[in-house]
Design a protein around this ligand. Structure first.
Ligand code: HT9
Ligand code: FE2
Length: 376
């Protein structure tokens, strides 16, 4: 019998952050997210209000349900006969419960697709620590969890690039309808991602053992931003000026986080006489609370107050090119695990990211903890 193209995998696992579903969930959810972290209580109250403002429900779980439905369709349409599971870090369905179910279903080895495209403690190692914790918890129950392989970071995968490029082009067309071709062609493309502490940025992708310098988080975002700007120039003939800015800063004020903040930046752009802005939330794969509150509510109000025309581009969501990324990465990794040398598509100036993280990469700044899917 010949191996299937997806051997040795017998499942795909969507790994995500989780979010509250109703008002009573908000406080316990925030406690899960911030356990052991130095987040001021005022900041937590403020973020709680963002959730209550949307009925106590984060959009993230429904986004993931829609993504899973799209993944199941995509796999079936392409003859890949694998079940899709879903496990979160901070809310039901929790990773541990999902792995317990997978073990009961007889799953032995699973490709894990994380809803975070870039290197950072939050988007990389913290999930790998969550894997180690969940596997250990099940072992203590006498349950052998399936083997977990984390699919590579996909910020520069052609499918993720295509979804974000399409969204940027659509947003520019919307802007043109609103303000006319002249202003739209002079619009600034403002790429936005989640701010992180400077120290987390310095540790992102860094490996002393392998001489890797860190700073991968912003390097990866800048690479994708440049690719999108070039793609827009190819489509429209206009090379827009662009910036990378940050949203959703938390932590104590004395701890430095990546800047500029999106609101400060919009103010600066209006001061420079920039006629319009397209905001492109490349840091988020779907419309998370950060997108619907920090961008669509807060940053939109800032732009409105400045009289600065502003359109927010869509997130990758269930764009078919994005949905396909999971299947392509799973088949790529499966081939590699079978000892073949698959093509590893990547667009831009950076190489495809690694399958297995180098020692120490995206370090936990509170000290080392067990983590899977890495060589440490
Ligand atoms: C890089 C990054 C991503 C992208 C990569 C990834 O996906 O991981 C991300 C995603 C998300 N962050 C989310 C929510 C929150 N993040 C918080 C806190 C923090 N985020 C951080 C970074 C990131 N966060 C950091 C450095 C902190 C400080 C505490 C710490 O060191 O961990 C807090 C606490 C309150 C606050 O301080 O804001 C909340 C509520 C949600 C769910 C949204 C929804 O409900 O739709 C999602 C997808
Ligand atoms: Fe966060």
């Amino acid at each position: 019998m010949t191996a299937t193209p997806w051997a040795p995998y017998d499942a795909l696992l969507l790994v995500s952050f989780g979010g509250p579903e109703k008002p009573e969930d908000v406080v316990p959810f925030l406690q899960n997210v911030t356990a052991g972290k130095n987040i001021p209580v005022e900041r937590l109250e403020e973020v709680g209000e963002h959730y209550y403002g949307f009925g106590g429900k984060s959009p993230i779980n429904d986004q993931n349900r829609a993504l899973i439905a799209a993944l199941e369709q995509d796999l079936a349409a392409n003859g890949v006969d694998l079940p899709v599971y879903w496990g979160n870090r901070n809310w039901d369905p929790y990773l541990t419960d999902t792995l317990r179910q997978m073990a009961a279903d007889g799953v032995t080895r699973v490709a894990c697709w994380v809803t975070s495209a870039y290197s950072s403690y939050s988007g990389c190692r913290q999930y790998r620590e969550n894997f180690a914790d969940a596997v250990a918890e099940l072992a203590a129950e006498g349950v052998q969890a399936p083997q977990l392989d984390r699919l590579r970071h996909y910020f520069n995968h052609p499918g993720f690039v295509a979804a974000n490029l399409d969204a940027t082009a659509d947003a520019l067309r919307t802007l043109e309808d609103e303000v006319g071709a002249e202003k739209a062609s002079a619009a600034r493309l403002v790429f936005v991602t989640h701010s992180i502490p400077d120290a987390m940025e310095d540790a992102s992708g860094a490996s002393a053992a392998e001489g890797l310098p860190g700073g991968a988080y912003t390097r990866q975002h800048r690479d994708l931003a440049a690719t999108i700007v070039a793609g827009i120039a190819e489509r429209t003939g206009t090379t827009h000026d662009h910036d990378l800015v940050f949203c959703s800063r938390s932590g104590p004020p004395q701890v430095p986080w990546l800047e500029p903040d999106v609101n400060d930046h919009l103010t600066a752009l209006a001061g420079e006489g920039v006629p319009a802005v397209v905001l492109i939330p490349i840091g988020f794969v779907s419309d998370h609370m950060e997108v619907i509150y920090d961008l669509d509510t807060e940053a939109a109000a800032t732009a409105e107050g400045l009289g600065l025309p502003f359109v927010r581009a869509a997130t990758a969501g269930t764009h078919p090119a994005f949905v396909q990324v999971a299947r392509e990465l799973l088949l790529e990794r499966a081939a590699a695990e079978r000892g073949e040398s698959p093509v590893r598509p990547a667009v831009g100036d950076l190489p495809p990211s690694w399958d297995v993280c180098p020692p120490g990469c995206c370090a936990n700044l509170r000290g080392p903890r067990p983590a899977l899917c890495g060589r440490d």
